[in-house]
Design a protein around this ligand. Structure first.
Ligand SMILES: *[C@@H]1O[C@H](CO)[C@@H](O)[C@H](O)[C@H]1NC(C)=O
Ligand SMILES: *[C@@H]1O[C@H](CO)[C@@H](O)[C@H](O)[C@H]1NC(C)=O
Ligand SMILES: *[C@@H]1O[C@H](CO)[C@@H](O)[C@H](O)[C@H]1NC(C)=O
Length: 163
C-alpha cells in the first residue's frame, strides 16, 4: 500500500507537463526549440530557463518556483519582443506565447499547488510597440501586425486567441 502510494506520487511528480492547445508538452521540451535568426538573442535567456526546469528534475515544486518562473517569463518575454520587433508570427506555438505561460501556471497549480501572481506569467508589450494600445496582453492574447502595408495600407492585424 505504502509502495503504491509512493509510486503514485513519484509517477505524478515525474510527469510534469503542460497542455498547450491539444499538445501535451513534457518538462524537458518546454523551451526546447531552435533559437536562430530573429530569436538568436533569446538563446541565453531561454537556455537558462530550460536548464532551471531540467534541474528541477521530477520536482514540480522546483519547476514551479518563483525563481524558475521568472526565468521562464524572461525567455518568453524575449521571444515575444523579438516576434513583435521582427513583425512575424511565432514559428512554434511554444514561443513568445501567453497561452504557454497560462498553461505553465495551470500545471503548477495542479502539480505543485503554486498559484502565480498575474505579473509572474504576463507578457508585456515592449516600449517600441506602435500597434493598438490599451491591450491587455494576458487577456486578449498575442497581437501581431503582419505584413504592414498589405492591407488597407495599415497592415493586417492578427489576433491569436489564447483560448
Ligand atoms: C501530465 O501531467 C499530469 C499531472 O502530473 C499527469 O497526470 C499526466 O499523466 C501527464 N501526461 C503526460 C502525457 O505525461
Ligand atoms: C535576458 O537575459 C539578460 C541577461 O541575463 C537580462 O538582462 C535580460 O533582462 C533578459 N531578458 C528579458 C526579456 O528578461
Ligand atoms: C495549497 O496551498 C494553499 C496555500 O498555500 C494551502 O492552504 C493548501 O492547503 C495547499 N493545498 C495542498 C493540497 O497542499
Amino acid at each position: 500500500m505504502l509502495f503504491a502510494v509512493l509510486s503514485f506520487i513519484l509517477l505524478a511528480a515525474l510527469a510534469f507537463n503542460i497542455t498547450l492547445g491539444t499538445s501535451v508538452i513534457q518538462a524537458s521540451d518546454l523551451l526546447n526549440f531552435p533559437l536562430e535568426g530573429n530569436f538568436a538573442s533569446c538563446a541565453a535567456n531561454c537556455t537558462t530557463a530550460q536548464t532551471a526546469i531540467d534541474d528541477g528534475g521530477s520536482d514540480a515544486t522546483s519547476i514551479c518556483s518563483a525563481e524558475t518562473a521568472s526565468k521562464v517569463l524572461s525567455c518568453q518575454q524575449c521571444l515575444f519582443t523579438s516576434l513583435l520587433a521582427a513583425n512575424t508570427l511565432p514559428p512554434d506555438p511554444r514561443m513568445g506565447s501567453q497561452p504557454f505561460l497560462a498553461a505553465y501556471g495551470t500545471s503548477c497549480a495542479a502539480d505543485a499547488n503554486v498559484t502565480f501572481t498575474a505579473p509572474q506569467t504576463a507578457l508585456a508589450l515592449p516600449p517600441f510597440w506602435d500597434g493598438p494600445t490599451g491591450i491587455e496582453v494576458p487577456l486578449v492574447g498575442l497581437v501581431f501586425v503582419v505584413g504592414a502595408g498589405a492591407f488597407m495600407g495599415i497592415g493586417a492585424i492578427v489576433l491569436l486567441s489564447n483560448m
